[in-house]
Write a new protein. Structure first.
Length: 134
């Protein structure tokens, strides 16, 4: 299945990838691999969420933010590949970092949301595979 078709089926509109801040780039291609720089759950208005999961931010809010990060990553991939997401063969690794209260046990769950969002959206139900480009 084509990835753009899958995104439409899931009623997903990818966010716009803004200009890089500072001296980093959104993506760097090395051979057949594409490396992405870190992303946050930026809102459409450019704001970032504040607070910690488990202390002022609900788990549900954290999940929404994690999903947004997944969509921002997909948008960065699309941008780096000239709009052709079907060149993605798989994903090697997703590193998730969550700001949470010291007594919270939710990090793994919220990081999994971003990873699952990536895999479902990219039509890769088989799990993590190498992010190799055709």
């Amino acid at each position: 299945m084509k990835i753009e078709q899958r995104l439409k089926e899931l009623n997903i509109t990818l966010p716009r990838v803004g200009s890089p801040l500072g001296n980093y780039v959104h993506a760097k291609r090395v051979g057949d691999l594409l490396y992405l720089s870190g992303k946050g759950p930026e809102s459409a208005d450019g704001s970032m969420p504040r607070g910690k999961m488990g202390a002022g931010m609900s788990i549900e809010e954290g999940y929404r933010h994690a999903r947004q990060v997944g969509l921002v990553l997909i948008a960065a991939i699309k941008d780096a590949l000239g709009g052709d997401l079907d060149r993605v063969d798989g994903i090697v690794k997703v590193l998730g970092m969550v700001m949470q209260h010291r007594n919270s046990k939710t990090t793994r769950k919220s990081s999994t949301v971003a990873r699952t969002s990536l895999l479902k959206s990219l039509a890769m139900p088989d799990g993590m595979r190498a992010l190799q480009l055709a």
